[in-house]
Write a protein that binds this ligand. Structure first.
Ligand SMILES: [Zn+2]
Length: 190
């Protein structure tokens, strides 16, 4: 199994998910009718880097309230996950959960929840990810969205990129790699 990478908006670089993180989420894909939603948080040691790596994932937690079409996270346990990873210098950069649909799309509530988490950082972060895992295929479809704060709010679907494209976005190219494209990228951490 390979990593999967998605392009951040405005030439800001990429965000990558290694097989360990992907497999953890895939195992909760809602392949059976009675399967319940599962979800948790995403953690990165380098949220300021042009190639953000999501190296760890948490959830679902035992205290979560899970149904086929929803999940209410146990906030205390989610906070403990964040503290545990922060002690190892990993920052929360987003949320993930499953949907009982082949081509997952965020609901209005999903956007609202992602934005509430982002606002909880009180301006120390300007972007927060939401991943949704679909319920069909050996490699489930994976929707990645970015809630952005700042002068204007936005809610942006990220496009999956192939390896050849990643090089162009990573700063290794020799043309059109201006400082401006770097400074406009969303910041994920303090
Ligand atoms: Zn959802």
């Amino acid at each position: 199994m390979n990593s999967r990478k998605f392009r951040l908006p405005d030439g800001a670089g990429t965000v990558a998910f290694p097989p360990s993180v992907l497999n953890h989420m895939y195992q909760f894909a809602q392949r059976r009718f009675f399967a319940r939603e599962a979800g948790g948080q995403l953690f990165s040691p380098n949220p300021e880097h042009i190639n953000v790596e999501v190296t760890h994932v948490s959830g679902p937690n035992p205290g979560d309230s899970r149904s086929r079409h929803g999940i209410i996270w146990h906030i205390g346990q989610a906070n403990m996950d964040r503290e545990k990873h922060f002690a190892s210098e990993r920052h929360a950069v987003g949320l993930w959960h499953t949907h009982p649909e082949e081509h997952p799309m965020p609901s209005a509530q999903d956007e609202k929840t992602t934005r509430q988490f982002l606002e909880g950082f009180h301006g120390t972060m300007t972007g927060f990810l939401l991943i949704i895992i679909g319920n069909k295929g050996d490699l489930p479809n994976m929707a990645v969205w970015l809630a952005r704060d700042g002068t204007y709010q936005s809610w942006i679907p990220l496009v999956e990129v192939r390896d050849a494209q990643i090089e162009a976005a990573s700063g290794t190219c020799t043309a059109n790699c201006t400082e401006a494209s770097v400074t406009t990228r969303p910041r994920f951490s303090p």
